[in-house]
Write a protein that binds this ligand. Structure first.
Ligand code: ADP
Ligand code: MG
Ligand code: MG
Length: 544
């Protein structure tokens, strides 16, 4: 083995070891004790200003934010008047995420306890009609059985409990966590592991948040290399911070170093779909239909979420779809995405990857979300055929010729395509955007109803409950050898000025609230910090 091969082996083993330690209690042992000690709650007197600035709407503070929700629930559990509602809320959450086989028994117990007027813990704040619907339907045990009454339960809590909560110690504790969340982050909080991939402006490394032990991917954008395109990276950051979906990588931190802007995101250890299509089994490239169908469905959920937030992705391709440890996929690389302003339903501009871009975009016409369904068609085709639809395998063609083919030529399908799959590809790669299958009335209903997905349970897929068709090997590194990733040339003659600095400040907003709170909860740090002492007494740090 030569030195560069050795370098990869050493880097891989450090990365695999750190990766394997994150689940369960092992994370605590992997933490950097000194950094963990820096994560501590301030005295409440330091949080005065937050009382007025923190978002106190019920949905954000008590439902969406993981720490906010937990503290609110702890408050409810301690109040006689809300105990039962709190219990039902937790039971509904547990039911929704439990496996189908466990649901009938759980539903029966819940109906007996909360939906039966003869029960001591009957929830009389729910509407009668909704209660009888649950009683009638519970034998079917659908995933959304309790959805309607959950909405009513939350409304009840908003009306009856929110104000009192804001006067409680739990709300003060929430303010302490918001203070901690608002502290600035710097590179000293992260330890870098091996490079996972290379982008246009810098490398992506595996990294670990030292204080909690959680693994992330750190996408570094070199300031000098970025120079003129800084606004693009701000768009990428803003969009990533805004979307929360299990089908799109999540941004947890954004900060700067002397040389780079850094985006710290969900780590996707399974590599990208391009790697799996071509490099995992080189003699036999491409996926079977089941596997392609599963990934396509997950990508559709990601696209639907983006489009519901008025975001056109523009760069869907196998390389930008990444696998996690379990084999679920997420969309990544939102560097070319663009947001349609309210009231505007089309945009213009050349953006994407040759061979994937839709005809209307290539013709420089105004376009909308439908360009993403064209790229979806190209991506699905490539997953199965192990080649692009507008290129023969191994063929070198100029972009101009690829564009000509996209505009004019029909696509031909190898024998391996089932008729349903071929029909779907054709409906997606329809050259006229008005006739193309895609996003209508704020949803992808028609697309999801396509015969290609006839055996797919969308509800389970959307809840993340479907078993992936392929599970990455936890010991394997799905990235190129370090020496094959390729280095950047050094940049000379670029000077960074004050205008640039303003952009950097804007970019470096620090912790992204929901992912940060999730990390604190899931690594156990929230539980360690949220200490209360003897029952009924006020902890010192909450005493004015
Ligand atoms: P660019 O915008 O410059 O194309 P990308 O965001 O696509 O950069 O990242 C470059 C490469 O880094 C990807 O192709 C992938 O191999 C790797 N990568 C990016 N994000 C992640 C992630 N979250 N987890 C693991 N690897 C990643
Ligand atoms: Mg990319
Ligand atoms: Mg990009």
């Amino acid at each position: 083995m030569d030195i560069s091969g050795l370098e990869t082996v050493v880097a891989n083993s450090a990365y695999v070891a750190a990766r394997g330690s994150v689940d369960g209690n092992a994370a605590a042992t992997m933490r950097d004790k000194k950094m963990r000690a820096k994560l501590k709650l301030p005295h409440i007197t330091q949080c005065g200003h937050l009382k007025d600035t923190v978002d106190q709407t019920f949905d954000s503070m008590c439902v969406k934010q993981p720490i906010g929700k937990r503290l609110f629930q702890q408050y409810l559990e301690g109040e006689e008047a809300f105990k039962t509602a709190a219990e039902l809320w937790k039971k509904i959450e547990d039911y929704t995420t439990s496996e189908e086989k466990d649901r009938p028994q759980k539903a029966q117990k819940m109906v007996n306890k909360f939906y039966d007027s003869a029960s001591k813990t009957f929830c009389s704040f729910l509407e009668e009609k909704a209660v009888s619907r649950v009683r009638e339907d519970h034998k079917h045990s659908r995933g959304d059985l309790f959805k309607e009454t959950e909405q009513q339960l939350l409304k009840h809590l908003e009306e009856k409990a929110l104000e009192a909560y804001k006067g409680s110690l739990f709300f003060l504790r929430f303010l302490q966590f918001k203070w901690l969340e608002g502290q600035s982050v710097t590179e000293e909080w992260f330890m870098d592991f091996r490079v996972l991939g290379k982008g246009g402006f810098g490398e992506v490394h595996a990294c670990q948040m030292k204080a909690t032990g959680k693994m992330y991917a750190n996408k570094k954008l070199n300031k000098k290399r970025l120079k003129k395109r800084i606004s693009g990276s701000i768009v990428e950051k803003r969009i990533l911070a805004k979307v929360h979906s299990r089908f799109i990588v999540t941004l947890a931190y954004a900060f700067q170093t002397k040389l780079d802007l850094c985006l710290v995101m969900t780590i996707m250890n399974g590599g990208d779909l391009r790697f799996h299509v071509y490099n995992v089994d080189e003699k036999n490239p491409g996926f079977g239909e089941d596997r392609a169908c599963f990934y396509t469905a997950q990508i559709i959920c990601g696209l639907e979420h983006l489009h519901q937030h008025r975001i056109i992705y523009r760069d869907l391709k196998p390389e930008n779809v990444l696998l996690d440890d379990a084999g679920h996929v997420r969309i990544s690389d939102l560097g070319l995405a663009t947001e349609l302003p309210e009231g505007q339903d089309k945009t213009k501009g050349y953006a994407g990857t040759p061979g994937f871009m839709a005809p209307e975009l290539l013709k420089n016409e105004a376009y909308d979300y439908s360009v993403d369904y064209f790229t979806l068609g190209v991506t699905l085709y490539e997953m199965i055929a192990a080649k692009g639809p507008f290129r023969s395998r191994g063929e070198k063609v100029e972009n101009k010729e690829v564009t000509r083919r996209i505009l004019n030529d029909p696509v031909s399908y190898p024998e391996t395509f089932s008729s349903d799959c071929k029909l779907l590809c054709e409906a997606l790669m329809e050259k006229d955007p008005a006739k193309r299958l895609g996003f209508k009335d704020n949803q992808c209903v028609e697309l999801k109803d396509h015969p290609y997905f006839k055996t797919l349970n969308w509800g389970r897929l959307e809840a993340g409950l479907m078993d992936p068709p392929f599970v990455p090997d936890p010991k394997m590194v799905y990235a190129k050898d370090i020496s094959d990733v390729g280095a950047f040339s050094t940049i000379k003659g670029v000077v960074l000025d004050d205008k640039d600095k303003e952009f950097y400040e804007d970019f470096s907003s620090g912790n992204i609230p929901i992912p940060w709170q999730e990390e604190m909860v899931e690594t156990g740090v929230f539980g360690e910090l949220n200490a209360w002492g003897a029952k009924g007494s006020t902890p010192n740090d909450l005493r004015y």
